[in-house]
Design a binder for this molecule. Structure first.
Ligand code: CO8
Length: 259
């Protein structure tokens, strides 16, 4: 596949997607979204990929949408860019397997918004996150005003969005944006270990749990409970449910097959 702005690889059950515009702190231009749109369906379809990790380089996960591209844009340009970005982000958020954003350095604006589409965010201690769009005379356009207040409390989200403040990893973990902060040199190792833990879980249950949580967030509690019920009952048709419960009764560790 001809990719210039991201690097895609598959290693030991993990699909790695690396932003690759180092000269521009991985700023997200339309080509990046186009290439992301190509690899996300591959990650969804390939059964050998159990977990997807998005990452950048040491200095930046991604420092936002590409301001050079947007600076002279008009309303139509903005709609075009955001239409593409929104579709790709929805595909990422809906991937039926766990996704992790491994963040080193800056995750700003559209960069943080992509990370917010992942199930987990693990960051190096040099990470800086924020939604600084207001300082450019705009607002977040990649889901930031919607996903952040659904993830953390409203007042912290409002401060980040209205003041455009950038916050360090330790605070981002404290207010619930990050799952975990690790030392910069250990980031890849820690993220891999986290992914390996996920890979030991039953894949159909991971899928069901993710769908239940994601769909449930956008519906009433009553409807969400029914969504959960259907998924819960469906899992009784899997081999992994038989294995998980047999292993408990036989006092051994379960060996899940993802079936
Ligand atoms: N866009 C374009 N270029 C960028 C961006 C960016 N977002 N961020 C950094 N760069 C470039 C710089 O222009 C510079 O390029 P050059 O060397 O050619 O001048 C290079 O990357 C290195 O950057 P700096 O020299 O600025 O590095 P510093 O370490 O001094 O500063 C900062 C790092 C603080 C991260 C600084 O670069 C910065 O503030 N960047 C912009 C951050 C920002 O405002 N992000 C939000 C952008 S708007 C947005 O994301 C809207 C989201 C919409 C969602 C998508 C759907 C539409």
């Amino acid at each position: 596949m001809d990719l210039k702005n991201i690097i895609f690889s598959k290693e030991e059950g993990i699909g790695w997607i690396r932003f690759n515009r180092p000269d521009k702190l991985n700023a997200l231009n339309p080509e990046v979204f186009f290439e992301l749109g190509k690899v996300i369906p591959i990650c969804a379809a390939d059964d050998d990929i159990r977990v997807v990790i998005l990452t950048g380089n040491e200095k930046a996960f991604a420092a936002g949408a590409d301001i050079d591209h947007m600076a002279n844009g008009d309303i139509k340009t903005a709609f075009k860019l955001s239409d593409e970005a929104i579709v790709v982000q929805e595909r990422l958020a809906d991937l039926p397997k766990p996704t992790i954003a491994a963040i080193s350095g800056y995750a700003l604006g559209g960069g943080l918004e992509v990370a917010l589409c992942c199930d987990f965010r693990i960051a190096a201690d040099n990470a800086v996150v924020g939604l600084p769009e207001i300082n450019l005379g705009i607002i977040p356009g990649g889901g930031g005003t919607q996903r952040l207040p659904r993830l953390i409390n409203y007042c912290n989200a409002a401060e980040m969005i209205m003041l455009g403040s950038m916050i360090k990893a330790e605070k981002a973990e404290r207010i619930g944006i990050l799952n975990k902060v690790v030392s910069a040199q250990d980031l890849e190792k820690e993220v891999k270990a986290f992914a390996q833990k996920l890979m030991r879980q039953p894949a159909m249950s991971l899928r069901a749990a993710k769908i239940a949580m994601r769909k449930g967030l956008n519906t009433s509690l009553k409807d969400g409970i029914r969504i959960e019920q259907d998924l819960f009952c469906m899992l009784f048709g899997t081999q992994d449910q038989k294995e998980g419960m047999a292993a408990f009764i036989e006092k051994r560790k379960p060996q899940f097959q993802g079936k």
